[in-house]
Design a protein around this ligand. Structure first.
Ligand SMILES: [Zn+2]
Length: 151
């Protein structure tokens, strides 16, 4: 039995020197991303270099935490003990209005009600290990329907 099988807790992300400001902001219920100081590209995951223009200069910019479901999968089988009492659950890629795509969970609704292009907003989950994860739930109202923020 390895460490993956031993824990009943959710497996938390590995926090790196580059991503630590992102996770610290999540703990404050804020979503921030690196934005290139040269070309303006907003990126995730955090990195030392802009994938668009190779600049090392960036600032941290705050996201409104609003996006749309780009794609998703409904898990009906638990591949880790943490999820045994949580199936079905949704793993989704969410396209944020600032441009980054986050791999996350959709919560706060029935798994079968999730659709591509569904407006969602960030909610935060503090795990047993005290890491705060950005998850997404359906956005109240549908005022954003029809708005396209794909780049
Ligand atoms: Zn750049």
């Amino acid at each position: 039995m390895d460490a993956f099988e031993q824990t009943q807790n959710r497996i938390d992300p590995k926090i790196t020197v580059d991503s630590k400001p992102f996770w610290d902001a999540c703990a404050q219920h804020r979503l921030i991303f690196q934005q290139c100081a040269v070309c303006g590209h907003v990126r995730w995951p955090a990195s030392v270099i802009c994938p668009e223009c190779s600049s090392f200069s960036f600032i941290w910019t705050e996201s409104r935490g609003i996006g749309r479901v780009y794609s998703f999968v409904i898990f009906r089988r638990a591949f880790h003990p943490y999820f045994e009492n949580r199936i079905p659950y949704v793993v989704a890629s969410v396209l944020l209005e600032e441009g980054p795509v986050l791999l996350t969970n959709i919560v706060g609704c029935e798994a079968t009600s999730v659709e591509c292009d569904m407006p969602v907003e960030v909610v935060f989950l503090k795990t047993e290990n005290r890491v705060t994860l950005p998850l997404f739930s359906p956005r109240s109202g549908s005022a954003l329907k029809g708005v396209n923020y794909a780049r």
